[in-house]
Design a protein around this ligand. Structure first.
Ligand SMILES: NC(=O)c1ccc[n+]([C@@H]2O[C@H](COP(=O)([O-])OP(=O)(O)OC[C@H]3O[C@@H](n4cnc5c(N)ncnc54)[C@H](OP(=O)(O)O)[C@@H]3O)[C@@H](O)[C@H]2O)c1
Length: 183
């Protein structure tokens, strides 16, 4: 595939009906070269039909992150990544004491470790493009309720997690921004 000449973005969690899918469409319509990712590729054929590059990605699976990175790098062919949009996330709307530990571990693996892993993995390409990391957090981090307690814990951590990755990358040449949607 030819080197994409335009700005590039990778969006995680692009299932139809969600924020990631809408972001992928919007960025594509504005002329960016978009990598739309999903853990079930068949779910995002709508984006493939628009000509968007679709890649398989499970953010809390090391091998999947590696494979996605390899494919993206092949297509980028030496170019940087302008936007890494960490959108994939899990929400559990239930009192924290009713959540079993494997659910809790899966929540943190996706909402925290997934972001850290993606940020680390794509750092060289973000640095090359002087790019931006966009983390989709949640207003639940600021207005926790009993039923969102489990989501409220990891979500505010999205920013510090990526900030650490950014501040450890000297010289500081990429930007971090945080979105906090509310239902
Ligand atoms: N919509 C809101 O009001 C709201 C409010 C607060 C925060 N948020 C945040 O906004 C983001 C998008 O939410 P949404 O409302 O658009 O919900 P959504 O449609 O459920 O989107 C979540 C996406 O993340 C994917 N995902 C989940 N676990 C994953 C994993 N381990 N690896 C890769 N992908 C994974 C899901 O894939 P599958 O389809 O395979 O499950 C889905 O594509 C989330 O981070 C969420 O916490 C949304």
């Amino acid at each position: 595939m030819a080197i994409p000449p335009q700005k590039t973005a990778l969006v995680t969690g692009c299932t139809p009906g969600g924020i990631g899918n809408a972001l992928a469409r919007e960025l594509h319509s504005r002329g960016l070269f978009v990598f739309a990712t999903a853990r079930t590729l068949e779910k995002i054929t709508d984006l493939k039909e628009l000509g968007i590059e679709c890649l398989h990605l499970i953010v809390d699976d090391t091998e999947s992150v590696k494979a996605c990175h390899e494919k993206a790098v092949q297509i980028l062919n030496g170019r940087g990544l302008d936007f890494l949009i960490n959108n994939a996330g899990k929400t559990i709307v239930r009192p924290a004491i009713e959540i079993n530990m494997s659910e809790a571990q899966s929540l943190f693996a996706t909402n925290i470790l997934g972001i850290m892993h993606l940020t680390q993995t794509f750092s060289p390409h973000l640095l090359l493009a002087k790019g931006t990391i966009v983390n989709i957090g949640s207003v639940a981090g600021h207005t926790p309720s009993p039923s969102t307690a489990s989501t409220a814990r990891p979500k505010p951590r999205c920013t510090p997690t990526a900030r650490v990755c950014v501040s450890n990358s000297r010289p500081l040449v990429y930007t971090l921004c945080m979105c906090k949607p509310a239902m």
